[in-house]
Design a protein around this ligand. Structure first.
Ligand SMILES: O=P(O)(O)OC[C@@H](O)[C@@H](O)c1c[nH]c2ccccc12
Length: 267
């Protein structure tokens, strides 16, 4: 597995005129022995890509639901290395791409080379490191690139036009567009300027653009997805899994994401 699986996923969606639905879960919330079940449940629900969070003691960008899930997983002693080992064990049963979301510190503790080796052995397609800016990407990205594992880049609502071109110009896998300023978690609504902003980023980007932060309902997923190539949903999914309501996950996924119509843009 590698970035090519992400590329294939987006081409297949495009052919069907559908948008990507990326689900974030916290690895080890409920125990690492649950990971396989959780990923297979996401897959069966229609999720396109899994963003697998690693519990970390200082998760600067995580909102309350994700932080709580991280605390539960940390209490079980779940580490980056343990997650990658478990993934390596179950990878042959997973068909959708898995992208690891963690921070610079756990990767540095393991060493970027060892991290890349373990991620490769685990069948990981991409990595998201929200606290590593483009300027420091090479230190983490180069060992991963050897295995065609892609570093997923971020753009935010406050990125300048020049910064957007810089980030998205040679981006691979997909670009993570942050829909709000602040931490993760459900929101009532989005700024009206969001949709135009997303359309612009999608137009200039070399890679598909997926928007995340504050998306928790099917209506929001359709409205936001209509302006880019897909959406990322974290807190809502983490909460549903924790509450034992995994069957409700399919209710958030647009039935046919292309149905995200202009008329639902005010949600
Ligand atoms: O939880 P939300 O609002 O649905 O947003 C996704 C987000 O949680 C997930 O992508 C994520 C979890 N931790 C992060 C840290 C930085 C950026 C993104 C994330």
């Amino acid at each position: 597995m590698s970035k090519f699986l992400i590329e294939e996923t987006f081409s297949a969606l495009k052919e069907k005129d559908e948008k990507a639905f990326i689900a974030y879960i916290m690895a080890g919330d409920g125990g690492l022995s649950e990971l396989k079940n959780q990923i297979l449940t996401l897959e069966a629900s229609g999720v396109s890509i899994v963003e697998l969070g690693i519990p970390f003691s200082d998760p600067v960008a995580d909102g309350p639901s994700i932080q709580a899930a991280g605390q539960r997983a940390l209490a079980r002693g779940v580490t980056l290395e343990a997650v990658l080992e478990e993934l390596a064990r179950i990878k042959s049963e997973i068909s959708i791409p898995v992208v690891i979301m963690t921070y610079a510190n756990p990767v540095l503790r393991l060493g970027p080379d060892k991290f890349a080796d373990l991620a490769h052995a685990a069948g990981v397609s991409g990595v998201i490191l929200p606290d590593v800016p483009l300027e420091q990407e090479d230190e983490f990205g180069a060992p991963l690139a050897k295995y065609d594992i892609v570093n997923i880049r971020f753009v935010t609502l406050t990125s300048s036009g020049e910064r957007i071109r810089e980030v998205t110009g040679e981006a691979e896998g997909f670009v993570y567009a942050v829909t709000v300023n602040g931490t993760t978690g459900a929101r009532e609504g989005f700024d009206e300027t969001l949709y135009g902003h997303l359309e612009h980023i999608t137009e200039v980007s070399n890679a598909p653009v997926c928007a995340g932060f504050g998306i928790g309902t099917r209506e929001q997923a359709e409205a936001v997805g209509a302006a880019c190539d897909g959406v990322i949903v974290g807190s809502r999914i983490v909460n549903l899994l924790h509450e034992g309501k995994a069957e409700e996950i399919k209710g958030i996924i647009p039935r046919k994401s292309a149905a995200g119509s202009q008329s639902s843009k005010n949600i």
